[in-house]
Design a binder for this molecule. Structure first.
Ligand code: GLU
Length: 372
C-alpha cells in the first residue's frame, strides 16, 4: 500500500497505565524511552504534541511498596498525590535525553466547564506549545471529587483535544484497536480498521462493553466515548497498541495502524459552533480600522474598541459590533467588562500599567473569534 507521510499536525497522544507499565504493576522505563524517542521524532518533523498520561496511581502504589489500602477515593487520591510528581520526574528525565522540556498540566472537568479557567487552560497550553515545550496532562486527582472529575483519561484526552483544536487524538492502549467482539474470548473477532459512519455502530459499543484492561481506569468503552466526543470537534481519532514497534512513527508516516475514526467536522466549524452556542454576555463596538483588521483575520486590540456594553467576565462570549451597530463577529474576551472600559482606544502596551496585570495584547484573540 502506498503511504503518504501525514502533514505536520497538532497531536494529542494519550498513554494509558497498561502501556506505561508494559502490563506489569511498575512503570516500564524502556517503554517510556521508546515512546519519548518517537514523540521526539514527531516533533522534529514539525508536529506539535500534547501528552495525556495516566499512571499517577500506579506510580504511587509502586513508590509505597504496594500497600493494602481500602478501595475508596481518598486512598486513590493519596496514591495519585504520591505518584504524580514521581511520574513527572520520570518523564522529565526521559524527555530530557531528547532535549525536550516537559510541563505539568493538571485539570479537572470543572476547569474545562468554567469559561474563565477554560480560557486560561487553553492559553497556557497554547503558550507551552508555541515555546516548544511538551505539556503532560493528567487529571488533578488530588482535588477531584465525584462532581468535578472527568474520571478517566480517555475522556480527558478528548476534552484536551478540543481545548487545543487538535488535528489528531491518538489513544495508545494494550489492544491493537477496536474489534467486532472481545478478541480474548472470541477467536472470530475482527479488528476494525476505520469507522466512517457518523454514529459509532451499536455493535461496537456492545463489543467494547466487556473489554477492560487490567491496571488502568478506562476500557474500550471510555475509548469509544473519547472517540465519539473528539471526532465531533474536528479531531481524527486513532486507537492503537502502544507496544507495537514504532507505532507513532508509522502513523506519522501515513501507515494505517489501529482503528481510525474519521473527524466529523472541521476544527474551525466546531469552534464556530462553540462560540455561537449560547447567548452573548455583552458587546463591544469597534471602529472601522479594527473591523477591517478582523475581516482580514486579525485579533481585536484595545485600540480599536470604542465602547463596551454588558457586565461580562473574562472568558465570556461577546458580540462585536461595527460602526453601524451591526453584529460582525463574536468572540471570547480576554478582559472583563469593568477592566475593558479602562482600555478603550488604548495601546496594548498600556494594559499592564492601567490594570496592573495583562492577559496579552488582544481583547479577543483571532483564534477565539468567528466572523459572521
Ligand atoms: N488519572 C489517573 C492516574 O494517573 C488515571 C485515570 C485513567 O487511567 O484513566 O492514575
Amino acid at each position: 500500500m502506498s503511504q503518504m507521510p501525514l502533514p505536520p499536525a497538532r497531536l494529542v497522544i494519550k498513554i494509558g497505565t497498561s502501556t506505561l507499565t508494559a502490563g506489569t504493576n511498575r512503570l516500564s522505563p524502556p517503554t517510556l524511552v521508546d515512546l519519548a524517542r518517537q514523540i521526539s521524532n514527531l516533533r522534529t518533523a514539525g508536529n506539535e504534541v500534547v501528552l495525556v498520561t495516566s499512571g499517577a496511581v500506579a506510580t504511587g502504589r509502586e513508590t509505597l511498596g504496594f500497600p493494602q489500602l481500602p478501595k475508596d477515593i481518598p486512598a486513590k487520591q493519596m496514591l495519585a498525590a504520591v505518584g504524580q510528581p514521581r511520574l513527572i520526574a520520570v518523564y522529565e528525565r526521559i524527555f530530557g535525553l531528547y532535549g525536550i522540556t516537559v510541563a505539568q498540566v493538571l485539570l479537572t472537568r470543572a476547569d474545562l466547564d468554567n469559561r474563565r479557567s477554560y480560557l486560561n487552560a487553553r492559553n497556557t497550553l497554547s503558550a507551552l506549545l508555541s515555546h516548544q515545550l511538551l505539556p503532560i496532562v493528567n487529571e488533578n486527582d488530588t482535588v477531584a471529587t465525584e462532581e468535578i472529575r472527568v474520571g478517566d483519561n480517555d475522556n480527558l484526552s478528548a476534552l484536551v483535544a478540543n481545548l487545543v483544536d487538535a488535528d489528531m487524538l491518538i489513544l495508545l492502549t494494550d489492544q491493537p484497536g477496536v474489534f467486532t467482539a472481545d478478541p480474548r474470548h472470541d477467536p472470530t473477532a475482527q479488528l476494525i480498521s476505520e469507522v466512517l459512519t457518523d454514529e459509532i455502530p451499536p455493535s461496537l459499543w456492545e463489543a467494547a462493553g466487556g473489554m477492560s484492561s487490567g491496571v488502568g481506569t478506562g476500557g474500550m468503552v471510555t475509548k469509544l466515548q473519547a472517540a465519539n466526543l473528539a471526532r465531533r470537534s474536528g479531531t481524527t481519532v486513532i486507537i492503537a497498541r502502544g507496544s507495537d514497534p514504532d507505532v507513532l512513527t508509522r502513523l506519522a508516516a501515513g501507515e494505517h495502524v489501529g482503528t481510525h475514526f474519521r473527524a466529523l467536522d472541521s476544527a474551525i466549524d466546531s469552534r464556530r459552533r462553540f462560540l455561537l452556542a449560547g447567548s452573548a454576555a455583552g458587546s463591544l463596538a469597534v471602529d472601522d480600522g479594527a473591523a477591517q483588521a478582523l475581516r482580514r483575520g486579525g485579533s481585536l486590540l484595545p485600540v480599536g474598541v470604542a465602547a463596551v456594553e454588558g457586565a461580562f467576565e473574562r472568558g465570556d462570549t461577546v458580540r462585536i459590533l461595527d460602526s453601524s451597530g451591526r453584529e460582525m463577529a463574536r468572540g471570547m474576551v480576554n478582559y472583563r467588562a469593568a477592566d475593558l472600559t479602562r482600555l478603550l482606544r488604548r495601546h496594548s502596551d498600556d494594559i499592564e500599567g492601567l490594570l496592573g496585570y495583562r492577559y496579552g495584547d488582544e481583547v479577543i484573540h483571532h483564534n477565539d473569534l468567528v466572523l459572521l
